[in-house]
Write a protein that binds this ligand. Structure first.
Ligand code: ADP
Ligand code: MG
Length: 703
């Protein structure tokens, strides 16, 4: 994407509205009306073949007849005319198109979208949409949309995949007093996508925070790359986290991967803060757009009411923010601005007697003090105080300290007077919320933003791919054999080619051969059925462990065959695998899927009930570096088990992390061939003693 064409799209010096109408109620009329009402200062050309004047503006009969190549053409003509119009725009030398018209891929007409795009590309034009509301920008006084007004002014920019939500959120900005500079409806993303806009907005001086409403990406990796590079906070609300991925998966990992987990992993890797719902998106956007990140842990709460202080404390715990008491000297000083029954601990309770002065003095002292990394100021409406004066005292105190890199958020709990005071605060750059838990949520977003950026700051070492050639030969053989998956033996050969420690496994075709192999391997051994028709071997009675002698081998051989035939009469049984028996260890599962949006994605979790019942697993888009793997392992709820629960020695976490890193390299390297994989279980031993993959599964991509 040529970023300069986005300048024409988002900061056009001249705009043509193709399909402008003189009939109120038509989109072609509304867009012209909105551009005028929004105060657009550039050249504006309504285009319509028959009208002569629309809203007092002279009308141009066609794109071809325009007196200049405008920066932006907003297209509102019926879908059947779009291709023709786009062609004319290209010939005219127009740089950017905003296609409001719908009736493309969203109704199954991807062909029309492709046709339009092909013409636009030929002329080097960028296309926003189609199927959009348009674009709005306060700083450019540009409302090139059919949303009725520019948003409540501020420094956030919204990119939304839902046009209806843009119009609704636009209205909400006024009731919630969350300021936006721009709102961009991205529609079908035929051309311009989230990543392109994020890259452009990173250098937009009027945007301090990028706010996303996402339904789905076309290219997830492009989004991760663009977001990682951005120096501004990005906050995302992902809709539709329930319906995807979990359906009919052949591997264990496949059944555990849902959009919520994979998108969550991608946001982590992209350094994107997440919002849980629409209100949360507004609360967090407000804080992220106005305040610096919370870089360290010392957060102080100042309040005039014990109740709201406790609610804020509860919320802090919910968001994982530790609260500490301020040091003695800070407490001493704060005590000067409260009655004897106040509290200088944390929350600092100035009591209901606190007026403007006490707020001013305590905020000023606390905010300027080197101990303080961030401040949450709470206020309950009282009969004796004026909320606006309190707000002004807080702002004055903050400004006078000269401190700029510590965040502050405010909550004023009360009625209309509090609302007015909070609006004043927001207009003066301080996020203010009607409830203490919402203020704490804003602070939590500032903290998460800091932490997530730190996590992705270091690229860290990855693992070099190896084993590609051997693996591809094994895969080709399986495909030639008409199989959609590898046998355990083949899968282990692939794993081993990438440096994963696997149990030694050999195929026997007869009882005698099994005995020979068992003796060579050394007892005890494990025997397993090898059949492309039996994916879950234990379910078929196809696994026998801890076989100690020749008689055991012979009987296991027969039992496994009998069980598997009973399980599936026509199963194609290729033989029985004889493998070394790994000593007991902590069972973990490592696996991968090839996600439709993000491609190869690895999973890790503890085995047994942790994965079966608790679904305590975590994902990362592959490949991953060592640092990401370390975070990944630390993220599961049951991580304490690895540190050595119930008196057990700690497990070999270094070996585990190395395995996951190699595994991710492997599935990324083989992404064109491999759909899903599992190493389930991997047995992890004591520190320094490594681990062993005892079962391996590779499901191939359908070709
Ligand atoms: P499946 O998952 O197809 O049912 P596995 O190969 O995972 O079959 O075997 C089932 C269980 O048997 C494993 O979860 C593990 O507990 C145990 N097991 C399998 N192979 C070995 C081995 N080589 N050493 C020790 N235990 C094993
Ligand atoms: Mg298994």
């Amino acid at each position: 994407m040529d970023q300069s064409s986005l300048n024409s799209l988002l900061k056009p010096k001249s705009v043509a509205v193709v399909g402008a109408s003189s009939q109120p109620g038509k989109i072609g009329y509304t867009v012209i009306e909105n551009l005028i009402k929004g105060g657009y200062k550039g050249k504006l050309y309504p285009i319509n073949p028959t009208a002569t004047e629309i809203l007092s503006l002279p009308v141009v009969p066609s794109v071809t007849a325009l007196p200049e190549a405008v920066d932006l053409a907003v297209i509102t003509v019926p879908v059947k005319l779009v291709a023709q119009v786009v062609e004319e725009c290209g010939q005219k030398g127009i740089k950017a198109l905003s296609v409001i018209t719908s009736g493309f891929s969203e109704v199954g007409r991807k062909d029309l979208e492709d046709q339009m795009l092909e013409i636009a590309r030929r002329y080097g034009m960028c296309v926003l949409g189609p199927n959009i509301v348009g674009t709005l920008s306060n700083s450019d006084e540009l409302n090139a949309s059919f949303a009725p007004f520019l948003p409540f002014p501020g420094k956030a920019t919204l990119i939304t995949q839902s046009g209806a939500l843009l119009i609704a959120m636009d209205a909400i900005t006024y009731t919630r007093k969350v300021g936006f500079d721009k709102m961009i409806s991205i529609g079908n993303m035929a051309d311009v996508d989230f990543a392109d806009l994020i890259t452009w907005l990173d250098t937009d001086p009027n945007t301090s925070c990028i706010c996303l409403y996402i339904e789905g990406f076309k290219d997830g990796r492009k989004f991760i790359e663009a977001s990682r590079k951005t120096k501004k906070p990005i906050i995302a609300l992902k809709a539709g986290v329930s319906a995807h991925g979990a359906a009919a998966a052949a591997s264990h990992t496949g059944s555990l991967a849902g959009a919520v987990k994979v998108y969550g992993a991608a946001f982590q890797q992209a350094g994107v803060v997440q919002a849980s719902d629409l209100n949360n998106l507004f609360d967090r956007t407000l804080a992220l757009s106005l305040q610096p990140p919370l870089r360290k842990e010392n957060l102080l709460i100042i309040t005039n009411g014990g109740g709201v202080g406790v609610l804020a404390t509860d919320a802090a715990e919910r968001y994982g923010i530790p609260l500490k008491f301020a040091p003695a000297d800070v407490q001493e000083e704060l005590k000067k601005h409260m009655p004897a029954f106040g509290s200088a601990k944390n929350p600092v309770d100035l009591t209901g007697m606190a007026g403007n002065d006490w707020y001013y003095e305590s905020v000023k002292f606390a905010y300027a003090h080197p101990w303080t990394d961030g401040l949450v100021v709470l206020y309950c409406e009282t009969a004796m105080t004026n909320p606006l004066e309190i707000a002004q005292a807080i702002k004055k105190a903050i400004d006078e300290t000269g401190v700029k890199d510590h965040p502050v958020v405010v909550s004023m709990v009360g009625g209309t007077r509090c609302d007015q005071a909070m609006q004043w605060l927001v207009e003066n750059g301080i996020p203010a919320y009607p409830a203490p838990d919402e203020a704490m949520n804003g602070m939590a977003a500032l903290r998460e933003y800091n932490n997530i950026r730190q996590m992705i700051a270091d690229d860290g070492d990855g693992c070099d791919p190896t084993g590609s050639k051997i693996s591809r030969e094994i895969i080709a053989k399986a495909r030639a054999d008409g199989r959609g998956s590898l046998t355990e033996i083949e899968a282990k050969q692939v794993f081993s080619a990438y440096g994963l420690p696997v149990t030694e496994t050999n195929l026997s075709k007869s009882e005698d051969e099994a005995v020979t192999l068992a003796k060579k391997t050394g007892f005890p051994i494990v025997m397993k059925v090898v059949s492309p028709d039996i994916i879950h071997k234990s379910d078929a009675g196809g696994v026998k462990v801890n076989i100690k002698d020749e008689a055991g081998v012979r009987s296991a051989y027969q039992t496994i065959l009998k069980n598997c035939k009973a399980y599936k009469a026509d199963a194609d049984i290729r033989g029985i695998a004889v493998q070394e028996m790994a000593p007991l260890g902590t069972e973990v599962i490592v696996g991968s899927i090839n996600d439709p949006t993000f491609g190869p994605t690895v999973m890790f979790g503890l085995g047994g009930i942790f994965v079966e019942v608790l679904k305590d697993v975590t994902f990362r888009v592959a490949p991953v570096n060592k640092q990401q793997v370390s975070q990944m392992v630390g993220e599961i709820r049951s991580v304490a088990i690895l540190a050595g629960a119930r008196g057990e020695a700690p497990r070999d976490r270094a070996a585990l992390e190395d395995l996951i890193c190699r595994y991710a390299t492997m599935v990324y390297d083989l992404r064109d061939e491999v759909a899903e994989t599992d190493a389930n279980p991997v047995l992890v031993y004591e520190e320094g003693k490594g681990l062993k993959v005892v079962d391996a599964r590779v499901i191939l991509k359908k070709k």
